[in-house]
Design a protein around this ligand. Structure first.
Ligand code: BGC
Length: 766
């Protein structure tokens, strides 16, 4: 159900006209941590609205408030975190999860849920990657849009965050992300653009950081030019909590609502600026209109009573967590893969503290107080029998350092106990993962390795039993290259929410076929990552020198080895993709490409394949990634079943952001359309020819000879200047500004004549 605005535009205008300046300013900042201010007086009734975190579950604090997850909140379903939801590659499922989140929001009388996050996972060390969906803007944007559509279908608003270029937690409140225009448009904004234009979030939250020197909260280019003027969005921009440094500058730039409360201090700044004539009251009125639109959009839903089915939402959380699990490897041992487990579970032992103390969500403002919590150990015992033996193997450190002789002794005895249990067991399920202290909002990781204590257990266990299945939990990618030879099967489960324990057992037993795919590359080594050496910056800035080569774009373009590529994930069946076709139509910004492929379940179990469409521009005037994801579809198939999947790509799938003309440009020529199962496992590639836009810059007297030669009007005029030159001289001349050769007297005409030719050439192109 989507509520329609209950107040007419006329009534809004009347209201804006009848509010005092002080009242209008007050509407644009918080009353407390989670409420906006209202106005109640003769003839005016504007309710305060409540907003709360967060992306994977409601965190409504009963009283008072903080934004660090310290204060407890009312119980709510803890759905899988974004790193898990991203790995489902399933927009329909995410819309259902969004609808459940929206219903819980509504049932709690809350108007806006503060999520989802659409920041790109630039580096696996970002402490908040568990709150983000992918390293790829198409996947991230489409999945964020799906969540938003679901949330808002319940009549409450979503808040797409953190806009923009907030890709690290280190120094997040001050750091300036120094990013070039192409990377900004093609990677970092593209994720938000897809989400905004495909789902119309009712609010967008600006980030804390600066972008190229300007705080996001005061960034007119981002908040007004891009968001509203280019993307046509009409929602409310809310600050991240405490992100406003200069309220008047922020308002002028397009930030509507400052959160949380400033105790009236910054409201007074706004009033004073209007009275002093330094701030146009029309700016305040515009923000008030945006605020009233949000109230109008949400008021009916918040006022209508609602309840939700706790069991049904838990079941949905379980379904989503199972769909998110990525089977990284499943090598045969004694002729057969270890997974799925034999149905009776005979001989299975469970090791690893995470099996009974699950890691299922991240720390910080997104911390949910779950309605219940499943553990894998309980779920496995329920599935295959109470007698499944268990040993913790290691302790999960609670602080960032654990040390001391006592800890070492404990570690030795825990390890010995685990090895004893593994020795002679049929199959060992070893639950490893990142301790909660390793990843959180507010700080980054410094390593992507699993803790040594856990790797020692793995090595010792593998020495006595080769049948080891590692089940990983964690909000970000961990390196596997140094240890995976000890584990023929590895299942990455991310932070799967409150039902993660039962969901992982569904996958291990084969009750649910694994269908998750990596939404982020797993590198071989931390030092291979694109931002190595730059992340997280120093002295208040962080350089984005890798530019557009983020995630798999980096590894594939540089042909670097990876542990597991973007898009990778195994199932319990096999698939074939064939009959790949790609047909281009139209030209330039009107170009479209129709792609289709047949996918067949060639194994003997049901399963789902994610068909991925990549596009590359092998011969481009600018540097372009080897290939980029442009579309995908998750297809569930019975054994032997085939389906044709079709995709319609628009010109953006071919375009790059022209950094001088400042617009999307399709360069004419060949493109390679590939369809496959990961960025490295391509079933087929089709070469297409597309007529492009004119991507050349306007000509001038400083244009080079080769640039002028490429032009129909100027070419014939400058051709005689280079006719007959020796090859070396010709190469040199081609790259020289024409006016220099004219000044050398090589043209037989003067610079004024050159200017006239250039003018004619530009006029002919216009
Ligand atoms: C976080 C936001 C969150 C807000 C409110 C901030 O610290 O960055 O994501 O929505 O707090 O808790």
């Amino acid at each position: 159900m989507v509520t329609q605005p209950s107040r007419t535009p006329l009534a809004t205008e009347h209201l804006v006209g009848s509010l005092t300046l002080e009242e209008k300013a007050s509407l644009l900042s918080g009353r407390d941590f989670w409420h906006t201010q209202g106005v109640e007086r003769d003839g005016v009734a504007i309710p305060a609205v409540m907003v709360t975190d967060g992306p994977h579950g409601l965190r409504k604090q009963a009283e008072g408030g903080d934004h660090l997850g310290l204060g407890s909140s009312v119980p709510a379903t803890c759905f899988p975190t974004a790193s898990a939801l991203g790995s489902t590659w399933d927009p329909d499922l995410l819309t259902r999860v969004g609808a459940a989140l929206g219903l819980e929001t509504r049932a709690a009388d809350v108007a806006v849920l503060l999520g989802p996050g659409a920041n790109i996972k630039r580096d696996p060390r970002c402490g908040r990657n568990f709150e983000y969906l992918s390293e790829d803007p198409v996947l991230s944007g489409d999945l964020a849009a799906a969540l938003i559509r679901g949330i808002q279908s319940q009549g409450v608003g979503a808040s797409l965050k953190h806009f923009a270029v907030n890709n690290q937690e280190s120094d997040r409140m001050r750091v300036s992300a120094e990013v070039d225009e192409r990377a900004l448009r093609e990677i970092y904004l593209a994720s938000f653009e897809r989400a905004v234009t495909r789902s119309d979030p009712w609010t967008v939250m600006c980030s804390y950081n600066k972008v190229n020197g300007t705080y996001a909260s005061q960034h007119r280019f981002l908040l007004t030019q891009v968001l509203r003027e280019e993307w046509g969005w009409d929602g409310l921009v809310v600050s991240d909590w405490g992100a406003v440094r200069d309220r008047v500058a922020a308002l002028e730039a397009g930030l509507d609502l400052e959160m949380p409360s400033s105790g009236g201090r910054t409201d007074a700044d706004v009033v004073a600026a209007v009275r002093a004539g330094t701030l146009d009251e029309a700016v305040v009125d515009g923000a008030v209109r945006n605020f009233l639109r949000l109230v109008d959009r949400t008021v009916d839903a918040v006022e209508a009573p609602a309840t939700f089915d706790v069991d049904a939402h838990h079941a949905l959380a379980r379904e989503a967590a199972a769909a998110a699990a990525v089977l990284l490897r499943n090598e045969p041992v004694d002729g057969a893969p270890l997974l799925p487990l034999a149905t009776d579970g005979a001989g299975v032992v469970v090791l690893g503290e995470f099996a009974r103390t699950p890691r299922y969500q991240g720390a910080g403002s997104s911390l949910v107080n779950p309605t219940r919590l499943d553990t894998a150990l309980d779920a496995l015992r329920a599935a295959v029998g109470d007698d499944v033996p268990f040993a913790p193997g290691f302790t999960i450190p609670e602080g960032r350092e654990v040390a001391g002789a006592g800890a070492a002794t404990d570690a030795d005895s825990l390890l010995a106990e685990a090895v004893a249990l593994a020795d002679g067991a049929g199959t060992v399920l070893l639950f490893l993962g990142l301790p909660a202290v390793d990843e959180s909002e507010g700080y980054d990781r410094t390593t992507i390795a699993l803790p040594d204590a856990q790797l020692r257990v793995l090595e010792a266990v593998a020495a006595v039993n080769p049948r080891v299945v590692v089940v990983l939990a964690g909000g970000g990618a961990v390196s596997v290259a140094e240890w995976q030879q000890h584990a023929p099967a590895v299942l990455e489960t991310w932070l799967g929410g409150q039902a993660a324990g039962s969901a992982v057992v569904d996958v291990l037993t084969g009750a649910v076929a694994p269908s998750g795919r990596l939404a982020e590359t797993i590198p071989v080594r931390l030092r291979d990552v694109p931002a190595w050496g730059a992340f997280p910056g120093a002295f208040g800035t962080v350089g984005y020198g890798e530019s557009i080569l983020v995630g798999y774009r980096w590894y594939d373009t540089r042909d670097l080895a990876v542990a597991y590529p973007f898009g990778h994930g195994l199932g319990y069946t096999t698939f074939a993709i064939d009959e790949v076709t790609a047909v281009a139509r139209g030209a330039g910004s009107d170009a479209t490409v129709d792609v289709s492929a047949r996918v067949t379940n060639t194994g003997d179990r049901a399963g789902a394949e994610v068909v991925q469409v990549y596009v590359g521009d092998p011969d481009a005037v600018v540097a372009r990634p080897e290939r980029e994801l442009k579309a995908f579809a998750k297809v569930a198939l019975e054994p032997g079943e085939s389906r044709i999947v079709s995709f319609s790509l628009d010109s953006r799938a071919l375009a790059f952001w022209h950094p001088v003309l400042h617009r999307w440009s399709v360069e004419g020529g060949a493109f390679v359309v590939s369809v496959g199962r990961s960025s490295r496992d391509l079933a087929a590639s089709v070469r297409i020819e597309v007529d492009g836009d004119d991507v050349a810059l306007p000509l001038s007297r400083m244009s080079t000879i080769s640039e002028l030669l490429a032009n129909d009007v100027a070419g014939p005029v400058v051709q005689p200047m280079v006719d007959g030159l020796e090859p070396e001289l010709r190469s040199m001349a081609d790259d020289m500004p024409a006016v220099v050769l004219v000044d050398f007297g090589m043209a037989g005409f003067d610079a004024a004549t050159l200017d006239a030719v250039v003018e004619r050439a530009n006029a002919a192109r216009a």
